[in-house]
Design a protein around this ligand. Structure first.
Ligand SMILES: [Zn+2]
Ligand SMILES: [Zn+2]
Length: 401
């Protein structure tokens, strides 16, 4: 009986969902397939009143080739782009969208677990070498004490990467290697942390592992997207994620699968899976309470077995429109429709050149050379001679001395 009800719930939910890109008929064997399933990055202009939201990481702290750790990219019809979390491995997926690094300078961190900011180094240094012309800007929560906050984390991140920055500063402009931190109060409820060009981003507290974590609410053109960070279901999300067009919230592996597949002890699994994260049933309760236009669950290794266990848990309590996110899922959100597709791009894709010229490197002699005379004395002259004609031509072509 219970199983019957479950199946009915699932069937009714699927038939009620309007989110998937609907197909049309292919009328000719030489014609084209309808616009369906697939988004090819860089091939569609965003409409003014539209948001394109891309899951660039949906996984866990442990690495998995199929899923990077948390990262959502929001592309806004006014031209803004915001990265929400940059979890380990996620920047590979971001780069494959072929967006110039200059457009990827705004990062919002929900909290400081590696699976939410572990790829900041990749964005920071990679973007610096590949065309970003200005500093990164990072918004993130304060902590219960200064050394638990985002400003402290970024200050010490830059210290940890001192060798990296010092050596790059000699040959590249230092400007794109800077990080501007905008730390805000993690306890503030629905407080504005960003407001510009018609976009408002607010934060609400989250309940996860320690004080500090938050979730974000993005509003633009009458649309509301909630980017839930790691949390046990909390009253702030229930109150402020209501009427969301797209409500993202974590839903964790079941305790049984945490033991069976993820190497955790039962005591650990029940604490992690039901106290500092959100179980599938609890996720379902959140969504059946706030009733978004579309719900998105993430933060688990998504494969047939785990997916079904999570879906069955959620469907015990929630029957509305739902995606269980995987990497490279994309939602086009407008007043008319929410359309879900998958991104298709070649593995070879990388971020492309932007409109701005890279800033000039520092003048010779203005910064101490990080390579000593001893190390320089080891340069092998036949290599120098072999490349000399190519170097001379390049310098002439580019008016370099
Ligand atoms: Zn976390
Ligand atoms: Zn996490």
């Amino acid at each position: 009986m219970i199983r019957m009800r479950l199946i009915l719930l699932i069937v009714s939910a699927l038939s009620a969902s309007v989110v998937f890109a609907a197909g049309a008929v292919v009328k000719s064997p030489t014609g084209v397939a309808p616009d369906r399933y697939v988004y090819y990055p860089g091939t569609e202009a965003l409409k003014k009143d539209e948001i394109r939201l891309i899951a660039c990481g949906t996984g866990l702290p442990a690495a998995r080739r199929d899923q990077a750790a948390t990262c959502f990219l929001a592309e806004i019809g006014n031209g803004d782009k915001f990265l929400f979390d940059v979890g380990t491995g996620s920047i590979t997926n971001v780069a494959a969208l072929m967006i110039p690094y200059d457009f990827l300078d705004k990062v919002f961190l929900t909290h400081l677990h590696t699976d939410h900011w572990g790829d900041l180094a990749t964005l920071w240094a990679g973007g610096w070498t590949a065309g970003r012309t200005k500093p990164l800007q990072v918004w993130g929560p304060a902590g219960a004490t200064p050394e638990m906050g985002t400003a402290y984390a970024i200050e010490h991140f830059l210290k940890a990467y001192n060798w990296d920055a010092t050596t790059r500063n000699f040959v590249l402009s230092a400007e794109p290697g800077k990080i501007i931190v905008k730390e805000f109060d993690y306890k503030a409820v629905n407080a504005v942390v960003y407001e510009k060009n018609g976009v408002t981003i607010r934060s609400i507290p989250a309940i996860h592992a320690g004080d500090g974590p938050v979730s974000f609410i993005l509003e633009y053109a009458g649309l509301k997207v909630v980017i839930g960070g790691d949390t046990f279901p909390n009253r702030w999300y229930i109150e402020h994620a209501r009427n969301a067009d797209l409500a993202i919230h974590e839903t964790f592996l079941t305790p049984t699968d945490l033991v069976r597949l993820y190497g955790q002890s039962p005591a650990q699994a029940i604490a992690v899976g039901t106290q500092i994260h959100t179980s599938p049933q609890a996720f379902g309760k959140v969504m059946s309470t706030i009733k978004p236009r579309h719900a998105v669950g993430y933060h688990f290794f998504n494969e047939q077995a785990t997916h079904d266990h999570i879906l069955l848990g959620i469907r015990q309590v929630y029957s509305g429109p739902l995606s269980l996110a995987v990497d490279n899922m994309v939602w086009n959100i407008s007043k008319d429709a929410i359309v879900e597709r998958m991104i298709v791009s070649p593995d070879q894709a990388w971020a492309v050149n932007g409109p701005n010229k890279p800033p000039a490197p520092p003048a010779r002699g203005s910064i101490p050379d990080p390579i000593s005379d001893f190390i320089k004395s080891g340069r092998w002259q036949p290599a120098e001679a072999a490349q000399a004609p190519m170097v001379d031509k390049f310098k002439k072509d580019n008016d370099l001395k």
